[in-house]
Design a protein around this ligand. Sequence first.
Ligand code: AMO
Length: 430
Amino acid sequence: MRIPIQNVTPETGTAEICGWVHEVRDLGGLAFMLIRDRTGIIQVTIPKKKVSEAVLAAVKAVSRESVVRVCGPVKAIDKAPGGRELVPELIEIISLAETPLPLDVSEKVSAELDTRLDARFLDVRRPRVAAVFEIRSAATFAINEFLHNEGFTNITSPKIVAAATEGGTELFPIAYFDKEAFLNQSPQLYKQMMMAAGCEKVYEIGPIFRAEEHNTTKHLNEATSIDIEVSFTDHHEVMRILEKLIVKTYEYVDKTCSVQLANIEIDDFAVPKAPFPRLPYAEAIEIAKKKIEDPIKYGDDVSPAAERAIGAEMGGHYFIVDWPSEIRPYYAMQYEDDPSICKAFDMMHPRMELSSGAQREHRHDILVKQIAQKGLNPESFEFYLRPFRYGMPPHAGWGLGADRLVMTMLGLGNVREAVLFPRDLHRLVP
Ligand code: AMO
C-alpha cells in the first residue's frame, strides 16, 4: 500500500511510495534519486552492486519528472531529507516523462511567468507554487465557513446573461442560439433580486468576466468574485462583515497553513486588525494630491498611483467611503442630505482595491431615475426592476476579488500567480 512520503520514517520498515522523480544523480558505484509527492521528498539510495538488474535498468531509463513506484526498506540517515533513505527492491516506471522538460520543476533554473503559465501542470509541481493554491483553498474554505456561520445562503447565479450589470461596456458577447447574450460581469443584479425573494443574506463565490483591455499585474478577464447581499441593513453593517471576514480568513490561513507559508518563504505573516479605518473619498484625494505628481482632483477615479500613495499613508487595510455619485454605479444609494455623494465604499489593501460595495437604492422610481442618469436605458433592466415593484427591502452588499485577496495576502507580484489558468488579453490556452 502506498504511503504518503511525509509519513515514511525509519520505523516504517519496508515502504511503498509513489511520486515524481525530482532529481537523479549517478555517482558511479552509487546513484541517488529524489522522489516527490505532494507531501514531501525522500531520497532513494541505489548502491549499484547490491540492487537487482531490474532496479538498475529502471534508474538508467528513468527521466526527471517521470512518475514512479518504489518499494524497499527505509533506513535512518542524517544527510538525507527528513533523516531517512529508501533502498529500492523495486522501481516501476509508471509514466515516463519526455525530455527536455518545458520547465525545471526543481527551480534550479528560474523561468518567466509566461513560460510557467504555459506549463502550469509542471509549475504547480513546485512546492512553493502548490502552496499558493493550497492557501487559496484554505482561504476559500474559511470564507465559506464564516459566511455559513453568519447565516448566509450560498447561491449560484447565471453567467450567461442578456444585459450588462456595471454599465454598457466591457462585455464578452457570446453566441446563444439566435439571441444576443453576454458573459456576466458580476452577480450584482441577481444577488439584489434575491433580496426581493426574501432570502435576506446571500453569498456567491463564482467567476466574473470583464472584457477590459488592461494589461496590468492586477487585472484579469476572468476573475473570481466573492459577493454578498444583505437585507434590512446598510453599508456600515456590510463593511463590518467584510473586515471580519478578512480577519477570519487571515487567521485561518495563519493557523492551518504554516507549511505552505514556509514553502513561499513568508515568515512574517500578519493578521490584519479590525476595524479598518474609514477614509472619506474627499480626504483620500487630498492625500493623493500631496503625494503624487500626476494631477488628480475631486471627482476622478482613484488612479493606481493614487492608490499606492494613499495605501502607503494608511499602512494597512482601509475603506474609502462616501464616493461622488457620479463615479459609482446607478445602484448605489445617494445620501439624502447630499445626493452628490453616495453610500458606496471600496475596501483597500495598501497595494490595491480588493472590494467594492454599497447600500443599494431599493426605491423603484429613484432607481429608474438613477439608471437613466447614467445614460442607460431602464427598459433593458426590466427583469431587474420588476422585483423592486413587489416588495423590496433596503439592502447592501459588496464584491471581493478572490484573486487579489490571495495575491495581496501572499505578497505575490502578479495576480496571475494566484490563478491556476489565468485569462488575460493574450492568454486563452491552457
Ligand atoms: P467591482 O467591479 O469593483 O464591483 O468588482 C469587485 C472586486 O472584484 C475584483 N475585480 C477584479 N479582479 C481582477 N481582475 C478584474 N478585471 C477585476 N474586476 C473586479 C476586484 C474588485 O474590487 N457589483 C460590484 C460589487 C458590489 O457592489 O457588490 C462590482 O462588481 O477585487
